[in-house]
Write a protein that binds this ligand. Structure first.
Ligand SMILES: Cc1cc2nc3c(=O)[nH]c(=O)nc-3n(C[C@H](O)[C@H](O)[C@H](O)COP(=O)(O)OP(=O)(O)OC[C@H]3O[C@@H](n4cnc5c(N)ncnc54)[C@H](O)[C@@H]3O)c2cc1C
Ligand code: FES
Ligand code: FES
Length: 450
């Protein structure tokens, strides 16, 4: 297909297969070799670019989803003879050794500074957490970002408007009959009705690694990510409604989520790193129907429902019912997930999400636990708990719930509950570690309630 986009202010186009990773399009078809390929699956950040104002991993963006977008690559900041202030700071602080990670680091830093011109050291660390450097060490890199801020970089860089050429690229799939880019839900349903074998792309962060690892190939595709009706986060009546194409990044930036659903905010914040968060959607996380996904672990205790829609109409079901089995969401062939619906929590309630993995950031959970409890006068009137990463799909901890519900919270009850949780989870790998960790986290949560 022919794709058209603005790269560093100039209109560019390429004739490429729709699922070709944008990183390969940039490097092989368009000659932008600054972005590097390390892992090719979103884990190293060497391919970082800014797309429509957000940091993304170019290796995880299929060409079709870059069509019509505005892209900033490292070449857009400066050249070796004419570096910008941020690039100069990396050199002067000794933040570059072999240089392989450097374009990605600089772009990740630039994305941070476009959003937050006065970041704290902690914010710099979070912003660069998806970028791996194997030889320099991170201190000098953080120093470089701080130096650029002190030197006034944020006042100096060209604004987004000035980067644009004035020409607008258009996303089009007219030249490829196997590729659809709808903008409205009505079109989505028409496409589904006429093309039974079409595969849906949202953020593609699950799909691209699966294709790369040879799990499947896609023949016909539909990009849902531009459908505006799937993107909002709204408080409507006594529920929060989250569109299926809302990304973890949108959740992290949402004041509604921060205020009403702090544990969902926590789960989104702990999923991947910023470049993955800016692509990974709620719909993709739940439709993947996997025990490794983080959001279901907290959405189950929060009693979330899933709304699906197709030309046959709308269905609403509890999330527990939607996840039928591993990789088996309850979606009919002509349906998509439209949104999730989370009832507002009671005033005297507490919600928590815990995750433990093999490292601090960019780690898949080895354990995740979600809790919702209503406590008044020392009595637990309502409690819901769920565990992820210990079985093929996330599970509600019903035995734990029944030992706690309608009980007065005491040290003895906490000990009993911790034992019940230990017995209730049944992980296949690292069984003893995961069981003990579950039991400890249940204890921590209940002690906090106490
Ligand atoms: C480096 C890296 C780190 C990661 N870390 C984490 C992590 O810490 N925690 C975690 O939970 N996940 C993690 N993931 C997995 C992934 O990012 C999430 O599962 C993400 O939410 C998937 O969403 P997506 O939009 O990218 O889905 P896609 O890849 O676009 O789609 C996934 C599946 O869902 C289907 N689908 C998507 N949207 C809809 C819809 N609206 N209706 C019907 N079907 C739909 C697609 O057809 C496909 O089958 C990570 C991935 C990577 C690459
Ligand atoms: S190449 Fe590693 S994140 Fe893209
Ligand atoms: S400078 Fe070599 S990997 Fe970072």
């Amino acid at each position: 297909m022919r794709i058209e986009m603005t790269i560093n202010g100039a209109l560019c186009h390429a004739d490429v297969p729709p699922m070709k990773p944008l990183l390969s399009v940039l490097r092989e078809d368009l000659g932008f070799k600054g972005s590097k390929e390390g892992c090719g699956e979103g884990e190293c950040g060497a391919c970082s670019i800014i797309m429509d104002g957000r940091l993304v991993n170019a290796c995880l963006v299929p060409a079709v989803q870059s069509s019509g977008c505005e892209i900033l690559t490292i070449e857009g900041l400066g050249s070796p003879d004419n570096m910008d202030m941020l690039q100069k700071a990396f050199v002067s602080e000794g933040a570059v050794q072999c240089g392989f990670c450097t374009p990605g680091m600089v772009i990740a830093a630039r994305a941070l500074l476009e959003e937050n011109p006065t970041p704290s050291l902690e914010e710099i660390k979070v912003a660069l957490s998806g970028n791996i450097c194997r030889c320099t060490g991170y201190e000098k890199i953080y120093n470089a970002v701080e130096k650029a801020v002190q030197d006034g970089y944020c006042d100096s860089f060209r604004t987004r408007e000035n980067l644009c050429s004035g020409q607008t690229p258009t996303p089009t799939s007219e030249n490829d009959s196997n590729c659809f880019i709808p903008e409205y839900l009505k079109e989505v349903f028409e496409i589904l009705d006429k093309n039974k074998d079409v595969s849906i792309l949202a953020g593609s962060t699950d799909i691209i690694p699966d294709i790369k690892n040879g799990k499947y190939t896609l023949n016909k595709i539909m990009d849902l990510s531009r459908v505006k009706e799937l993107k909002g986060i709204n408080k409507v009546g006594d529920a929060i409604r989250i569109g299926s194409c809302v990304t973890n990044g949108d959740i992290i930036r949402s004041s509604i989520i921060k205020n009403y659903l702090p544990a969902v905010w926590e789960a989104a914040f702990m999923s991947g790193a910023p470049a993955v968060q800016n692509r990974a959607t709620v719909g993709g996380n739940l439709s993947a129907a996997s025990g490794a996904a983080d959001l279901p672990t907290i959405l189950l205790p929060l009693d979330a429902s899933v709304v699906t829609e197709g030309s046959g109409g709308v269905r609403e079901m509890k999330l527990e019912k939607f996840i039928l089995g591993y990789r088996q969401p309850d979606l009919k062939p002509n349906e998509i997930m439209r949104e999730i619906l989370i009832p507002l929590s009671k005033e005297k309630s507490i919600q928590r999400f815990y995750k433990r993995g093999s490292r601090k950031t960019l780690t898949l959970s080895r354990i995740s636990l979600g809790f919702y409890a209503e406590v008044e006068n020392g009595v637990i009137w309502e409690i819901r708990a769920a565990a992820g990463s210990m079985s093929p799909i996330p599970i509600r901890l019903k035995a734990l719930e029944s030992v706690l519900k309608m009980k007065r919270l005491t040290e003895e009850l906490i000990d009993e509950a911790a034992k019940v949780a230990y017995d209730e989870v049944n992980p296949r790998k690292s069984s003893e570690w995961r069981k003990s960790m579950t039991s400890n986290l249940v204890k921590s949560f209940l002690k906090e309630l106490l």
